[in-house]
Design a protein around this ligand. Structure first.
Ligand code: SF4
Ligand code: SF4
Length: 238
């Protein structure tokens, strides 16, 4: 398993499949995923090849009416619910379901891109530690997708730990409660973010103060108290 589909919890991520490129609220995303899943299972027959493009065409037409954040980013209609209780999201034409290693070629990106893409948080050497925190705090797959795909926030937090002389592994454990509070604030800002995981990080956070500026701008007013806590946090003694 990977950050996309953690072993624990009943959540998973679908941000890089373009879910949040559609301008909806959390209820809207859940309904969209439910509608896709129902239409997919009613109309796609894995042994009838033309049923895949027919489904894709039908959904693209329906979803064309939803405002997009970025017209150049694709939102793939094959992302739906993939477990029985409709909590985990994922690729409905993944080879583990279809038995065909190339079935994702029915999508816009194609099997080679779909199977090779790893976002920055997924390829992070401490992905499992971060995953634990995301699973702890995310109430559903929409929230989990927001956290799992937000590599800039994770980078900023890690830079801050570096300024306090903590190595990442120790720092994540030492400041777990503080980090959970930051993630909690991030989830309160869901309406202001449409992450895909492709976001480019322009800020290198070369000074501790630049981390605070970024967090203030991203997390809003609720960050004030945490900013004080972060400033006062102990440095690691060598
Ligand atoms: S954004 Fe990252 S964690 Fe999420 S599904 Fe894509 S690769 Fe996986
Ligand atoms: S076909 Fe590719 S882009 Fe579409 S849901 Fe599957 S993995 Fe995501």
């Amino acid at each position: 398993m990977s950050l996309c589909h953690p072993n624990k919890g009943n959540v998973s991520c679908g941000a890089c499949c373009g879910l949040f490129n559609l301008e909806l609220d959390t209820g809207g995303y859940k309904k969209l995923l439910q509608d896709r899943t129902e239409e997919f299972h009613s109309n796609v027959n894995f042994s009838i090849r033309h049923s895949f493009p027919a489904y894709r065409q039908s959904r693209e037409k329906l979803e064309n009416g939803i405002p997009k954040k970025d017209e150049m980013t694709y939102n793939c209609p094959f992302l739906g619910y993939v477990n029985r209780d409709g909590k985990k999201i994922g690729c409905m034409i993944h080879p583990i379901f279809t038995g065909d290693p190339k079935s994702q070629n029915f999508s816009f990106y194609g099997a080679s891109i779909c199977q090779a893409y790893d976002c920055k948080n997924k390829e992070h050497e401490l992905a499992l530690l971060w995953e634990d925190l995301f699973v702890k705090i995310a109430e559903d797959s929409v929230q989990f997708s927001h956290l799992a795909s937000d590599h800039i926030l994770i980078y900023a937090i890690e830079k801050w730990m570096g300024f306090k002389n903590w190595n990442m592994e120790e720092g994540i454990l030492r400041f777990q409660e503080l980090i959970l509070s930051l993630l909690h604030l991030r989830l309160k800002q869901i309406a202001n973010f449409n992450p895909t995981s492709f976001e480019v990080r322009y800020n290198s956070f070369s000074e501790e103060s630049s981390v605070y500026v970024f967090l203030r701008e991203s997390l809003g007013e609720g960050f004030c108290d945490l900013e004080e806590e972060m400033k006062k946090a102990p440095e690691r003694i060598a």
